[in-house]
Design a protein around this ligand. Sequence first.
Ligand code: C5P
Length: 232
Amino acid sequence: MITVAIDGPAGVGKSSTSRALARHFDLAYLDTGAMYRACALWCLQQGLDLDVDMPDERAIVESVGSLFTEDHLDMGLDPAAPSVSLDGRDVSQEIRSSRVSNHVSAVSSIPSVRRILIAAQRAYIAGQNEEDSFSQGRGIVAEGRDITTVVAPEAQVRVLLTAREDVRQARRAAQSKGASPTGAENLAARDAKDSKVTSFLQAADGVTTVDNSDLTFEQTLDVLVGLVQEAL
Ligand code: C5P
């Protein structure tokens, strides 16, 4: 079964392209960013203060650990209707809020949090998450920041999807319909924080770089479809 790993910075169109790619080949789709976002939302819901300079790491790790050991998080991997639920409540929209976007790096930068999430992501990729019936017996497209390098370096297709920063900012602003300059600044700030922890600005050995600055969504998808077809 094929594993397709796609990494890249914020605003490059990873989620929409990866999802369309999964639908094209009838594969499962795992948005690992959504998992980190769900963790940040969960910590906020538990009343943890993520605004301070030095958030309480121990409390965050404990909280994220309970998310998995007590089964509060449920990821739906069908690319036709991907979903993220906390205690049975769909939070797919809420995890995209600027409140969560602005706090997610504080959670994702903690090594013990990453260890928990990487293990959970590997289980999804291996089709070993019994609660997700869609991914059983299917290959998967997994996207994030460290999929090609850490989570699934053995993937048959490994892509770094990238674009110039001005293009990414314009796309994200269009996505959030006239977002303020603060929105654009936050995107660059998030990339700066994230790139201290995961290396997604340069392709690792064996990873194909696809720069979609001058490509439409369909053209980007065509390139990725071609790469997967070569590997099948
Ligand atoms: O992809 P998305 O922008 O939704 O990711 C949200 C956040 O999750 C990133 O800013 C980063 O902090 C974290 N992340 C990560 N490793 C991944 C995917 C996402 O640290 N593989």
